[in-house]
Ligand binder design. Structure first.
Ligand code: ATP
Ligand code: MG
Length: 450
C-alpha cells in the first residue's frame, strides 16, 4: 500500500513542488495550508511533513495537538535556514526528524523514507508483541496480594480439569480475565472459548441463542442455526452475568450442565456436547435464590469451584504493580513520552476507593497518560474524575450511616440513583454498577415501584 503523506506548508509554491516530488516517488499526498486545516486530516496520514512557521497555530502547536489526539504518524518539521534552536525544540516536542530549508529533493526523499521505515518497524514490533504476548497468560494477571495469590494458585490447580467454575466479584475485578486464563491454561486452549453475555440476550431469544434451532422452528427461522453450546463443543462456555438468565432458561441450563445434552428448538434429536462451563456474576446469588429469581439446584451445579475475586479496595497491595503495568501499556499504545510515575501520583491512586475496580483504574491511567504533557505522571496529571468511563457508584457506599440497616441503605442508594438518573432505569443501573436486569430484580424484590 502506498504511504500517505500530509504536507502542511503555507507557501503554496513550495507545497506544490513537494507534492509533485512525493507523487513522483509513488506516495499519496494530502495537503494543508494551516495547522488548523491539517488537524482533522492527520489521523489518515502515515507521515506528516510540516513547516514550523505557519499562520495561526505554528508547527510546535501542531505537534502538541497531534500528541493529544494520539496521532502516532511520524512528523518531520521543515525549518528556516539558521534556526537550529527551533529544530531542537521540535525534536524535543516529538518530531521524528527535521529538514532545514532550502533542501534538495534528494534530501527530502532520504528523510521521508527513513521516517517511514522506522514507523513500519515500530508497527511490526507492536503487532508481534501483541501476538506473542500471550494475552491470557498468567503472567498477565497481576496479583501479589494474599487473596489474589490464593486465587491464582486455585486457577493453576483447576485449569487442567473440566470442573465447572463460578467466578464472583464486583464489576471490573477481573472475572473475564480469569475465565480466559482458565481456558487458555487448560488442554482445551486450542478449542473454542465461547462467551455468552446473558444480560445482552433478550429473554425470548435466550434459548435459541444457547441451544440453537432447526429450520422452521418459529417464524423467521429460515435456516437451521447451532447455539452457543454446540459452537463451544470440545472447548469452554463462559456464561457471563449468569444471574440475568431468566428462570425458564435456567431449567434447560441445568440440564446441559448436568447431562451435557440438549435439543435445538424445533427438534427432538438429543445432542451431546463436551464443554467446560465457567460462569460469572457480580450479583449476590444467595439473595437471588432467596427471592426466587435464581434456582438453587443450578447454583450448586455451578458452584463446584467457587472463586470470589475481592474488590480492589480490599487488596490495595495490588495497585502499585497494576499502575506500573498500565502506565507502560498506555505509554506504548498511545506513543506517549510518559515513562514513569511519581510517588505522589502513586499515593493518590493507592488511596482511592476504586468502585469500578481494575477496569476503572485502567481507564484512569489511560486517560492520564493521554493528557500528560511531560515524561512523568505527577499527582496533578491523575484524572480521577471520569464521568463517561466510570463504571459504578459515584454514589457513596463506603460507610453505613448510624442506625441504618443494610437493606435500608441499599434501598436509599437505589432511590437516590433513580433520582439522579431522572427515573431512567438504565442510567440508574449504570450509576449503581448493576445491569439493568439486576436493578429491575432488586426493585421488584424491594417492592419499589418499577
Ligand atoms: N489482576 C489483573 N491484572 C491485570 N489486568 C487486570 C486484572 N484484573 C482486571 N484487569 C483488567 O481490568 C479490566 C476489567 O477486567 P474484567 O473485564 O476481567 O472484569 P470483570 O470482572 O469481568 O467485570 P464485569 O463484571 O464488569 O464484566 C480488563 O481490561 C482487565 O484486563
Ligand atoms: Mg466481565
Amino acid at each position: 500500500m502506498k504511504a500517505r503523506i500530509l504536507v502542511v506548508e503555507d507557501e503554496e509554491k513550495l507545497r506544490r513542488v513537494i507534492e509533485l516530488q512525493l507523487q513522483s516517488l509513488g506516495y499519496e499526498v494530502d495537503q494543508a495550508g494551516t495547522a488548523e486545516d491539517a488537524l482533522p486530516r492527520a489521523a489518515a496520514a502515515d507521515l506528516i511533513l510540516t513547516d514550523l512557521r505557519l499562520p495561526g497555530m505554528d508547527g510546535l502547536g501542531l505537534l502538541e495537538q497531534l500528541r493529544k489526539r494520539a496521532v502516532n504518524a511520524p512528523v518531520i518539521v521543515m525549518t528556516a535556514f539558521g534556526t537550529v534552536e527551533a529544530a531542537v525544540e521540535a525534536m524535543k516536542a516529538g518530531a521524528a526528524d527535521f529538514l532545514p530549508k532550502p533542501f534538495s529533493m534528494d534530501h527530502l526523499m532520504t528523510v521521508v523514507e527513513k521516517a517511514l521505515e522506522v514507523r513500519s518497524l515500530r508497527e511490526e514490533n507492536r503487532a508481534l508483541r501483541q501476538q506473542l504476548g500471550g494475552r491470557y497468560d498468567f503472567a498477565n494477571i497481576i496479583g501479589s496480594s494474599p487473596p489474589m495469590l490464593e486465587i491464582l494458585e486455585t486457577v493453576r490447580r483447576i485449569a487442567p480439569k473440566t470442573s465447572t467454575v463460578l467466578l464472583q466479584g464486583e464489576s471490573g475485578v477481573g472475572k473475564d480475565l480469569v475465565a480466559r486464563a482458565i481456558h487458555y491454561q487448560s488442554p482445551r486452549r486450542s478449542r473454542p472459548f465461547v462467551k455468552i453475555s446473558c444480560t445482552a440476550i433478550p429473554e425470548n431469544l435466550m434459548e435459541s441463542e444457547l441451544f440453537g434451532y432447526e429450520k422452521g422452528a418459529f417464524t423467521g427461522a429460515n435456516v437451521a442455526k447451532p447455539g452457543k453450546f454446540e459452537m463451544a463443543d470440545t472447548g469452554t462456555v463462559f456464561l457471563d452475568e449468569i444471574a440475568d438468565v431468566p428462570l425458564q432458561a435456567q431449567v434447560k441450563l441445568l440440564r446441559v450442565i448436568q447431562e451435557r445434552e440438549f435439543e435445538r428448538l424445533g427438534s427432538n434429536r438429543t445432542r451431546q456436547v463436551d464443554v467446560r462451563v465457567i460462569a460469572a456474576t457480580n450479583a449476590d446469588l444467595r439473595k437471588a435464590i432467596a427471592s426466587g429469581a435464581f434456582r438453587e439446584d443450578l447454583y450448586y451445579r455451578l458452584n463446584v469451584v467457587p472463586l470470589v475475586i475481592p474488590p480492589l479496595r480490599e487488596r490495595r497491595g495490588d495497585i502499585r504493580r497494576l499502575v506500573e503495568r498500565f502506565v507502560h501499556k498506555y505509554a506504548e499504545e498511545l506513543d506517549s513520552a510518559v515513562s514513569a510515575i511519581s510517588e505522589g501520583a502513586m499515593e493518590v491512586l493507592m488511596a482511592h476507593d476504586w468502585p469500578g475496580n481494575v477496569r476503572q483504574l485502567e481507564n484512569v491511567i489511560e486517560r492520564s497518560v493521554l493528557l500528560c504533557e511531560g515524561t512523568t505522571l505527577e499527582a496533578a496529571d491523575i484524572k480521577l474524575d471520569l464521568t463517561s468511563t466510570a463504571q459504578p457508584a459515584a454514589l457513596e457506599t463506603a460507610f453505613l450511616p448510624d442506625g441504618v440497616t443494610l437493606d435500608e441503605h441499599e434501598r436509599n442508594l437505589i432511590r437516590e440513583a433513580l433520582r439522579r438518573a431522572g427515573g431512567n432505569k438504565s442510567h440508574a443501573a449504570r450509576l449503581l454498577g448493576l445491569s439493568r436486569n439486576a436493578l429491575r430484580y432488586r426493585l421488584t424484590q424491594m417492592g419499589i415501584e418499577s
